[in-house]
Design a protein around this ligand. Structure first.
Ligand SMILES: *[C@@H]1O[C@H](CO)[C@@H](O)[C@H](O)[C@H]1NC(C)=O
Ligand SMILES: *[C@@H]1O[C@H](CO)[C@@H](O)[C@H](O)[C@H]1NC(C)=O
Ligand SMILES: *[C@@H]1O[C@H](CO)[C@@H](O)[C@H](O)[C@H]1NC(C)=O
Ligand SMILES: *[C@@H]1O[C@H](CO)[C@@H](O)[C@H](O)[C@H]1NC(C)=O
Ligand SMILES: *[C@@H]1O[C@H](CO)[C@@H](O)[C@H](O)[C@H]1NC(C)=O
Ligand SMILES: *[C@@H]1O[C@H](CO)[C@@H](O)[C@H](O)[C@H]1NC(C)=O
Ligand SMILES: *[C@@H]1O[C@H](CO)[C@@H](O)[C@H](O)[C@H]1NC(C)=O
Ligand SMILES: [Zn+2]
Length: 472
């Protein structure tokens, strides 16, 4: 009887792990094998920290993921900056492998400099192949609206359609472009993949700091209104329910303070290094004695860790690239590295260690390829690329992600939540072991007493293991 109960619970929990928590609404019809897959729209709202989802009302976004899937926290890549993470989402590669390591870079061998204002040289982007190019190889047309890198001719190619970066172009105008690309025209079939980028809530997070709830409330209401606009535009165009839509972000945000400044000039003279990037990950090139420079920086500040290139931890995947400078300085969460003075550059920032939850974004998705009303607590951002390739039926380029866990998000996929199943099995084994031990302990006490007698004993307060529910 006990055994049957345990087996029953194993089976039911395993089924729950396999099928997701709740499924509702009619299932989408499976696509016929010959028809092309549904088009894919990837949307990024820059700097959308995962917990904004619960801290602020997000009615439109909630409607989207309730009818689809939600990954509550996406572990992004180091450095937790905008360009590295946007390129990671569309390549599935860590920064050391796709080559966009920071907002400011220097390549000593080629004497080239990269910055957000000068990012157009294909040299920087050509260590990887973004999805808008991968999908061209399957003869699909593709598009991108201001996604970082999408206005650069990588390997001499761009997406079929793209918009040059223009910060003052409103969301509605970018969305109108995306919608027309997806619809296509009489001359041209609609695109199979398009990406859409929007600057908020990053801009407000930097300017006012994520702890300014009145500023963030307003910025996030605007973002949620944009999600509403996106859904209604897709509905108007007859695309809603026929397109797989992913809404995600590149990184989170944390509060900074003028009380948490680290001044490099306090530790060494600026003549000793060339500054490549500053905060919160400082990259520098020593001009003279590199070991001496490192020693000075190493003991510079308790809230700053200095790494020589060879000692950068594996888990950051931030070493195997000539664009990584000989010395990297990493500030603790909320600390800012500056050269001198008392000026806090921004009230909010990101770029910190990607193990910090405050640096993590989320992922929501909806469409014929996704389950409905399914939630997952976490996923790696490098897993998004193989997921998108799978949805498009496109062969992925070499990447660092995995489809194993992301598969659970998909409609009609047999998916085993390995962690949950393993947890259940271990739990049941522990329970079985302890029950066996209990019976083992009881047995040597001689012949079993009648049930009533044992109850009486309990009422008298005698210490005894409470195994009543098991015997009933
Ligand atoms: C590197 O390029 C800069 C201009 O971009 C130039 O001033 C400098 O001399 C170059 N250095 C070397 C070593 O070629
Ligand atoms: C793409 O089209 C070209 C030219 O029509 C053809 O040679 C190639 O096999 C196609 N590739 C795929 C993946 O369908
Ligand atoms: C890129 O395209 C241009 C013109 O289409 C051509 O002249 C050039 O050789 C190409 N470069 C590479 C690296 O393929
Ligand atoms: C940027 O977009 C705005 C709004 O559509 C437009 O008025 C402006 O001309 C654009 N700027 C450039 C350089 O294209
Ligand atoms: C918070 O942001 C608002 C703008 O939305 C600004 O007026 C206000 O001064 C900020 N408060 C603080 C404490 O920074
Ligand atoms: C740092 O620069 C100063 C001023 O140029 C110089 O005197 C000093 O020797 C340098 N220190 C190191 C460790 O290179
Ligand atoms: C990431 O993927 C690239 C391309 O396949 C590979 O070269 C690199 O070694 C991978 N990185 C890790 C940490 O596995
Ligand atoms: Zn960003």
């Amino acid at each position: 009887m006990l055994l049957r109960m345990f087996l029953g619970s194993i089976i039911s929990v395993t089924m729950a792990a396999t099928n997701g928590q709740q499924e509702h609404g009619p299932p989408h019809p499976p696509p016929s094998p010959s028809s092309p897959p549904p088009p894919l729209l990837l949307v990024s709202f820059d700097g959308f920290r995962a917990d904004y989802l619960w801290q602020y009302p997000m009615p439109n976004l909630e409607l989207l993921y309730r009818g689809g899937v939600l990954v509550e926290e996406l572990t992004n890549i180091f450095s937790t900056k905008t360009f590295p993470n946007h390129y990671s989402l569309v390549t599935g590669l860590y920064a050391e492998s796709h080559g966009i390591l920071a907002s400011n870079m220097y390549d000593a061998a080629h004497n080239k400099t990269f910055s957000l204002a000068h990012d157009q040289d294909p040299f920087w982007w050509s260590q990887a192949l973004p999805l808008w190019l991968t999908a061209l190889d399957s003869n699909y047309s593709t598009a991108a609206a201001m996604w970082p890198g999408s206005d650069v001719a990588i390997g001499n190619r761009t997406a079929t359609h793209f918009l040059p970066y223009n910060a003052s172009m409103p969301f509605a105008e970018r969305l109108a472009k995306v919608s027309s690309w997806l619809r296509g025209s009489e001359q041209e079939r609609g695109v199979m993949f398009t990406a859409l980028y929007w600057e908020e809530p990053d801009r407000t997070g930097h300017k006012y700091g994520p702890d300014n709830t009145s500023a963030m409330t307003q910025a996030l209401k605007e973002v949620d209104d944009h999600v509403g606009l996106l859904v209604s535009e897709l509905q108007r165009a007859g695309l809603w329910g026929r397109v797989n839509v992913l809404v995600t972000s590149d990184h989170g945000m944390t509060q900074c303070s003028a009380q948490r400044l680290i001044r490099l000039d306090d530790c060494l003279h600026p003549n000793n290094y060339t500054l490549v990037d500053l905060a919160p990950v400082t990259a520098l090139l020593p001009t003279q004695d590199a070991d001496k420079v490192f020693d000075l920086l190493d003991k510079c500040h308790p809230h700053m860790t200095a790494y020589q290139k060879k000692a950068i931890p594996d888990r950051l995947h931030y070493r195997n690239n000539p664009r990584v400078q000989p010395i990297i300085l990493l500030a603790d969460e909320g600390w800012m590295i500056i050269q001198r003075g008392d000026l806090l550059p921004t009230l909010g920032n990101h770029g910190y260690d990607n193990a910090l939850p405050s640096m993590h974004p989320f992922l929501a998705a909806s469409g014929p390829g996704f389950r409905q009303g399914y939630r997952m607590s976490g996923l790696q951002s490098v897993d998004v690329y193989p997921l998108m390739c799978h949805l498009l039926g496109v062969a992925p380029a070499p990447h660092n992600g995995s489809l194993a866990k992301a598969r659970c998000l998909l409609q009609g996929e047999g998916c085993l939540d390995v962690a949950l199943v393993a947890g259940v099995v271990v739990g049941v084994l522990l329970l079985l072991t302890s029950v066996t031990c209990l019976f083992g302990l009881m047995r040597p006490r001689g012949p079993r007493r009648p049930l009533q007698f044992r109850r009486l004993h309990l009422e008298e307060g005698e210490e005894e293991d409470d195994d009543e529910p098991l015997l009933d």
